[in-house]
Design a protein around this ligand. Structure first.
Ligand code: NAP
Length: 288
């Protein structure tokens, strides 16, 4: 078997076209969506992510604001910047690029973002809403994966979804979103004993570990759908996922590549959340 490719670039492009249309409609009614990103320090990976976010939001027709702060910025000053954006009516989405320097409490900063502008979906209030299935901003990476599955015609209800990884930004919310669509969900992590005995049962296998080419055909059931969240560098410095793509594609029925899979969807969902936030804010403004 050779797996069908789930193309995150193509799906992302389709979705960005829809988002751009939504932005145009909103702008015509006098409300331009605005996304603000705060970047602290000079972390090269963060700089690349932020640049891509800025470029994508401009392409989608949004207002984009980048606030660069030095790595030495005090927690208080960072919080003051967040607060300023909370009170800026032209900004509908606020994102503080993580990780932050050690002297700054990440939880405190996330909690300082107005939940109605928390387009990353990391604020505890929004995480709580997601848990109980209320409408809110969904975290971008798992949200993007759900959209990929949907647009690829992959059925979720009744399927066994196994997730490797339990981070707050990927693994945990991923399981909740799949559960809400009636999958049976199993979480695996670094303390899981005999990992393949679980992953081999998966109809849908989501891999979010952060270890290059860790998952091979030995972990995958014939015909499973494999979603690779990992972004790593291989021994030659080339971008690769947590899944050994060449081995996995021989047994999977569908698989996401790295690059070109989950990555492009994450930024797309950030734009979607920003549009959603602007739509809500504009509706509220008009009803006042
Ligand atoms: P993380 O916070 O480091 O979490 C990694 C998870 O993997 C942890 O739950 C850990 O278990 C588990 N794990 C580590 N080694 C394992 C092993 N040998 N067997 C089973 N589980 C193991 O990472 P993350 O933020 O979720 O990110 C995961 C990967 O996705 C990274 O490569 C990251 O760069 C990538 N990522 C990509 C995107 C995108 O847009 N494409 C977005 C976010 C992240 P414990 O909890 O027991 O430690």
């Amino acid at each position: 078997m050779t797996a069908k490719l789930i193309d995150g670039v193509a799906i992302g492009k389709e979705l960005r076209g829809e988002i751009k249309q939504g932005v145009d409609v909103l702008e015509a009614s006098g409300c331009k969506p605005g996304l603000a990103v705060i970047l602290v320090g000079e972390n090269p990976a963060s700089q690349t992510y932020v640049k891509n976010k800025e470029k994508s939001s401009v392409e989608a027709g949004m207002k984009s604001e980048l606030i660069r702060l030095p790595a030495t910025v005090s927690e208080q000053e960072l919080l003051a910047n967040v607060n300023k954006l909370n009170n800026d009516d032209s900004i509908h989405g606020i994102l503080v690029q993580l990780p932050l320097p050690d002297h700054i409490d990440e939880d405190l900063v996330i909690q300082a973002i107005d939940p109605s502008k928390d387009v990353d979906g990391f604020h505890p209030q929004n995480v709580g809403k997601m848990m109980i299935g209320q409408e809110t901003f969904l975290p971008c990476t798992p949200h993007g994966i759900m959209e990929m599955l949907k647009r690829s015609g992959i059925e979720i209800a009744g399927k066994h979804a196994v997730i490797i990884g339990r981070s707050n930004i990927v693994g945990k919310p991923m399981g909740q979103l799949l559960l809400q669509k009636d999958a049976t969900v199993t979480y695996c992590h670094s303390r899981t004993k005999d990992l393949p005995s679980f992953t081999k049962q998966a109809d849908i296998l989501i891999v979010a570990i952060g270890r290059a080419k860790f998952v091979t055909d030995e972990h995958i059931k014939d015909g499973a759908v494999v979603i690779d969240v990992g972004m790593n560098r291989d021994e030659n410095g080339k971008l690769c996922g947590d899944v050994d793509f060449e081995k996995a594609k021989k047994v999977a029925s569908a698989i996401t590549p790295v690059p070109g899979g989950v990555g492009p969807m994450t930024i797309t969902m950030l734009l979607k959340n920003t549009l959603q936030s602007a739509e809500m804010a504009c509706r509220k403004e008009k009803s006042n």
